[in-house]
Write a protein that binds this ligand. Sequence first.
Ligand code: DAK
Length: 260
Amino acid sequence: MQYQQLLVEEKNDILFVTINREKALNALNYDTFTELEHVFGKQYAKRNDIIGVVITGAGEKAFVAGADIKELTEMDAEKGEELSQRGQDIFFLIERFHRPVVAAVNGFALGGGCELSMACQMRVAGEKARFGLPELNLGLIPGYGGTQRLIQYIGKAKAMEYLLTSDMINAADALQLGLVNYVVPAGEEVSKAVEIIEKTRNKGPLAIRKAIEAANAYFDSCMDGYIAESEAFGDLCMSRDFREGTSAFVEKRKAEFKGK
Ligand code: DAK
């Protein structure tokens, strides 16, 4: 697939995905969702050589200013539910990706943009970043997992406040609330995201995959996270990576993991 709405580049085993609709403040239209689905669900789903992904927005003003409001024409209940589920499924691909996905939030992250950032496993905010779920202003509610993930990150009391008032959350407050991992000077969001991903480079790839699966199981009502953790632990005990990791420790050398 030729990407029209995204810039997708690989550098030093890291994938950089930029939502590239600067004139519309990187609003997520239907085609952007299709391309994100292709990147995370097909093109890079089995690429074990990629050590992490950075998602950011083009320009200096916005990460993503929401779903493309101009595309949200009237729709019936069935179509609305279907589109919401489609968005949720695509964001699950990001949340469950086998390597860390870090959002480099370089400006407004509103509505679907805030939801996209929350589907990433970590968030680095620039000083000018603003998060918010303003859907109620449009007579809607967040439809791409926002009602669920905001509570997961900041707890129900503050999440209810931001959900019901549509107030924006500035970078300093986002850090204090636990919504973002770091706040950095504007322009340094991507390099900080890369720094985090680089710290995971030499870990066992299978262990990283299983850690992500087990952590996500905590939030999956169909799963028991403790059982998921034990199963993942058992699987890893059978891996060559586990034998390599323990042998390398005993032999006082650097482990060379093969992801097997
Ligand atoms: N969609 C489309 N275009 C947008 C946009 C958006 N979300 N946000 C900004 N733009 C466009 C503006 O229309 C403008 O385009 P032109 O007029 O120049 O053609 C350009 O980007 C620059 O924006 P502004 O001129 O407004 O820039 P300002 O600096 O004055 O203001 C702002 C920046 C971010 C405060 C403002 O643009 C703004 O309030 N934007 C809208 C924020 C927002 O409400 N986002 C949507 C949240 S609701 C659904 C599932 C989910 C959703 C909906 C349905 N279903 C399953 C059916 C989710 C919806 C949302 O995300």
